[in-house]
Ligand binder design. Structure first.
Ligand SMILES: Nc1ncnc2c1ncn2[C@@H]1O[C@H](COP(=O)(O)OP(=O)(O)OP(=O)(O)O)[C@@H](O)[C@H]1O
Length: 312
């Protein structure tokens, strides 16, 4: 649904995007993450046909953003990171305005708008002035506005930024519904653990270059060069810690009141063999688990010190 090839963008002498490649299948929720200034907004603005690329191509639903911007616009709903709402409108009027801009006839809009307000949980605010809505409500109204023409693709630039935790959860629930409706969604965020729960894939961009892209679990696996295992036994923890040091794929061991922590370089099979050896040696294991890294850890690992080439 989205295909970006060798995309570059320069502002004067500054290279904001350096040959970015990105491919997103229909129905995927794609999380676009990267530090401030990495190039997320630039990429999304190009996809939204608001900015021309310097070189390379970007296609949405098979249409090139430079050659067929009008076709692309029919396919996308775009929510910018900063947006204005017309404060003097009521929410319903606001959506009528956008619906009419897309050429949707009034009778159709009369049916559509209550559905949209319901989707974004604003039905009880249908007669409220936009001015009186909270930030979270305005974000949701903006999302409803993006949906008036039933686009296949949603390009959402930091939709959860500046929202309190409750408003973020509401936004996340709405995005889940949109995914169920079959929309392809590209969403940028700094709130990485939040993103992990709702995206199928992530792309990490840093200094204008994609440094990792794939399914969240795959990227986590690729980064798990060293896993951390946490083991609890009924007794003889110190004895077990000393013994584990000699096992294959174990690089570091330390124990504390919480149990034994093992840095492990093996894969799933080796991890299972280690457990077998521990039990065969007569230790009574209460728990044996791998400490899960969350998306925040993954992101920090990928972007630390620029040592990420093997992931590109
Ligand atoms: N119009 C412009 N003129 C010059 N430089 C620009 C312009 N727009 C963006 N940049 C620069 O390009 C780089 C990428 O900016 P962009 O807004 O795409 O990053 P971002 O990943 O969206 O960051 P943020 O998370 O802070 O919004 C930044 O260094 C920014 O300063």
């Amino acid at each position: 649904m989205i295909e970006i090839q060798n995309l570059t963008k320069t502002y004067g002498n500054f290279e904001a995007l350096k040959s970015v490649n990105l491919s997103i299948d229909k129905g995927t929720v794609f999380g676009f993450v990267g530090p401030n200034g990495a190039g997320k907004t630039t990429t999304m603005s190009i996809l939204a046909t608001l900015l021309l690329p310097t070189s390379g191509t970007a296609k949405v639903g098979g249409f090139d953003v430079t050659e067929h911007p009008h076709e692309v616009r029919k396919k996308i709903g775009y929510m910018p990171d900063f947006f204005g709402v017309y404060d003097q409108f009521k929410t319903t009027e606001y959506l009528h305005f956008y619906g009419a801009s897309y050429g949707i006839a009034r009778p159709e809009r009369e049916k559509l708008i209550p559905q949209l307000l319901d989707l974004v949980n604003l039905s009880d605010k249908k007669d409220s002035y936009v001015d009186s809505l909270s930030r979270g409500m305005k974000q949701r109204l903006c999302l409803a506005r993006c949906l008036v023409h039933d686009p296949d693709v949603l390009i959402l630039d930091e939709p959860a930024s500046g929202l309190d935790p409750r408003a973020r959860i509401e936004m996340r629930e709405i995005l889940k519904e949109l995914k169920l409706m079959g929309k392809t969604i590209i969403i940028s965020s700094h709130i990485l653990p939040e993103l992990a729960e709702m995206v199928d894939e992530i792309g990490v961009i840093e200094h204008g270059a994609m440094v990792a892209q794939g399914r969240v679990s795959d990227i986590q696996n690729r980064l798990r060069v060293k896993r951390v295992l946490h083991i609890r036994v009924i007794d003889r923890a110190e004895e077990l810690a000393a013994r584990i040091r000699d096992e294959a794929h174990v690089s570091q061991v330390f124990s504390d009141a919480m149990g034994i922590h093992v840095q492990f370089t093996g894969g799933d099979a080796e991890q299972s063999i280690l457990l077998g050896n521990i039990i065969a040696s007569g230790f009574q294991v209460i728990s044996y688990n791998e400490v899960q890294s969350n998306l925040e850890d993954v992101f920090l690992e990928i972007t630390k010190g620029g040592s990420h080439n093997e992931l590109a």
